[in-house]
Design a protein around this ligand. Structure first.
Ligand code: PEP
Length: 253
């Protein structure tokens, strides 16, 4: 954690929730928000729940967003949701390039970059996910993979676009598996990410929030967030349990 950058903890609810369960979870999170200190918190929810989170969080310091978006503005793109639609529901954030989108839905670096570009143009803050698979880590190409994924976005949006984005390092082998990168493993990649951004613009690199994601829990958050280039977390499973999410936000404060 670096005092120059505001910590951010963003929950990724994935394909989970119901109106009743969300209402209970949001009420607990709002009640616990005073313990976040200087940390920002956000929840990224399934599209049908955007109106619900907007109503529940509008008068609170907690931000919200979506988990995916189209790079297209409008037209014959059945099933897609545009950036302007997310803006209408008060979204600040949208996750792009989550490894589940890359692996299950075949989103490549170009598609992720196009989504990030569209999000920035619409005034949203994309949370750009990058990260290697277990096979890639074991074959020693982690840095190459992360560099390639991030380069596609930097090429598309430029350093000034990165200044309006959040980057999330999420090693695929740590997502939903209970295996967390050690603080040192995570810091090593975060430092590479910041160096890559610095190659485009040193000032932007100093300011951009780089989150860690992958089995962050109440018990490991503090050690991860203590690393100098880790500015908070992107939280999957633990963001669905109010006490766990609150503890992780407090660890970032
Ligand atoms: C995620 O979905 O982005 C994530 C990090 O999941 P989990 O915290 O469950 O590993």
């Amino acid at each position: 954690m670096n005092p120059y950058r505001t910590p951010l903890v963003a929950g990724n609810w994935k394909l989970n929730g119901s109106l009743a369960a969300n209402a209970a979870l949001l009420a607990e999170i709002v009640k616990g928000a005073p313990s976040f200190g200087r940390a920002q918190a956000a929840v990224c929810v399934p599209f049908p729940y955007l109106a619900q989170v907007q109503a529940a969080l509008a008068a609170t310091p907690i931000a919200w967003g979506a988990q995916n978006v189209s790079d297209q503005a409008s037209g014959a793109f059945t099933g897609e949701v545009s950036c302007d639609m997310l803006r209408e529901f008060g979204c600040r954030y949208v996750i792009v390039g989550h490894s589940e989108r890359r692996a299950i839905y075949g989103e490549g670096d170009g598609a992720v970059a196009a989504k990030a570009k569209a999000a920035i143009a619409a005034g949203l803050c994309p949370i750009v996910c990058v990260g290697e698979t277990l096979a890639e880590r074991e074959s020693g190409v982690t840095a190459d993979v992360v560099r390639r994924q991030l380069a596609a976005v930097i090429d598309a949006v430029g350093a000034q676009g990165i200044a309006k984005s959040v980057i999330a390092y999420e090693p695929v082998w740590a997502i939903g598996t209970g295996k967390t990168a050690t603080p040192d493993q995570a810091q090593e990649v975060h430092a590479l990410i910041r160096t890559q951004v610095a190659d485009a613009d040193a000032g932007v690199a100093r300011g951009v929030q780089v989150l860690y994601g992958g089995s962050v829990k109440a018990g490991n958050a503090r050690d991860l967030f203590a690393q100098s280039d880790i500015d908070g977390g992107l939280i999957g499973g633990a963001s669905l349990v109010a006490a766990d999410f609150l503890a992780i936000c407090a660890a970032a404060s």
